[in-house]
Design a protein around this ligand. Structure first.
Ligand SMILES: Nc1ncnc2c1ncn2[C@@H]1O[C@H](COP(=O)(O)OP(=O)(O)OP(=O)(O)O)[C@@H](O)[C@H]1O
Ligand SMILES: [Mg+2]
Length: 313
């Protein structure tokens, strides 16, 4: 079993509650809050854990919210390395409106990191000598635009495969050295490509261009209910998502990346790992609220996907 580390530069303490109906101006009295760890890489590590694997979550944390985040991860039994920062970890606030079934999600920017702080995160995640390093989520203020490029250079030098699930301009800067895999959704791929992508042929072409530019060896484009597409230099494969009852889409992307990383760490090939990622993403959709995926759901969906399609009578 190879090792997985996730890096989250801008984690969050997720606070969730519910109310009968949301209205302006009046005091909104909400139900008792629930607290959960949040932030891309942190949720990827949690997804790996729920899928039966092991990943160490490295993240920047500060203040009482940072301490609460550390405690919640300890309670869940997640391996972690919290790097202290002077600022206070942000909170994300989700409120379910019972009358409509709608969800209101508020996210805040998070504290700026100083140079020693972001460098400590970068150093610590690579010093763990992971085989797979997953960087996921937004970059906070203070982190330079060449952050991914610096990571990519260091990762390559120590034969660590870097997987990035993040939008934003900093990704472009990773381009020169190249990473192992990018996991954009359609919107993020359009942003990287600098154009709208209207059909599968255009998606394929955009993914191919990223690979040919040297930015990445592989692109796993997630397409929500439609599944995903895996592009490498040699291949382009569409992966249809299984049809599942939809409870909440929160965490689908993180579970997909968690499933992918776990399967790769188990030594499975990239296509098989991507398929398990799709299954884990779809398993996340089956759980309510902010709950991530369940192992038995992911494995059952994966087994269904691996079967040849039914031939109509
Ligand atoms: N409605 C759905 N039905 C089945 N599977 C789904 C559905 N929505 C998402 N998935 C699964 O989850 C994976 C990732 O979803 P999506 O493409 O929405 O990622 P994302 O936009 O990065 O999500 P996130 O908002 O969590 O970052 C999909 O490839 C698919 O396997
Ligand atoms: Mg995403």
């Amino acid at each position: 079993m190879r090792t997985i580390v996730t890096l989250t530069m801008n984690p969050a303490l997720d606070v969730s509650t519910s109310i009968h109906s949301v209205a302006p101006e009046i005091k909104l009295r909400c139900a008792a809050p629930g607290f959960h760890p949040g932030g891309g890489g942190i949720n990827v590590a949690r997804a790996v854990h729920f899928l039966g694997g092991k990943a160490c979550a490295v993240y920047a944390a500060g203040g009482h919210t940072g301490e609460k985040l550390r405690q919640l991860l300890t309670d869940e039994g997640i391996d972690q390395l919290a790097l202290p920062i002077a600022g206070t970890t942000r909170e994300s606030f989700t409120c379910y409106e019972d009358s409509s079934g709608l969800q209101y999600r508020f996210t805040l920017p998070g504290p700026a990191l100083s140079q020693p702080e972001w460098r400590a995160c970068l150093d610590a995640s690579l010093d763990l000598q992971p085989d797979y390093l997953v960087v996921s989520g937004s970059l906070p203020k203070g982190v330079p635009n060449d952050f991914y490029a610096q990571l990519a250079i260091r990762a390559r030098a120590q034969q660590c495969r870097l997987l990035i699930d993040s939008g934003g301009d900093a990704l472009q800067a990773a381009g020169k050295t190249g990473v192992f895999l990018l996991k954009p959704n359609l919107r993020e791929l359009e942003r990287l490509a600098g154009e709208t992508l209207a059909d599968e042929a255009q998606i394929k072409q955009a993914a191919r261009r990223l690979i040919e530019s040297g930015m990445t060896e592989a692109v796993l484009v997630s397409l929500g209910a439609a599944g995903a597409a895996l592009a490498t230099r040699a291949d382009y494969v569409s992966l249809r998502a299984p049809i599942v009852p939809i409870r909440s889409k929160v965490g689908a992307g993180d579970c997909m990346v968690g499933g992918l990383a776990l399967a790769l760490a188990q030594g499975r090939n990239l296509l098989d790992a991507a398929r398990f990622g799709v299954a884990a993403g779809s398993a996340a959709v089956m759980t309510p609220g902010t709950q991530l995926c369940r192992k038995d759901d992911a494995e059952r969906l994966y087994a269904q996907m691996a079967k040849p399609p039914l031939v109509p009578p």
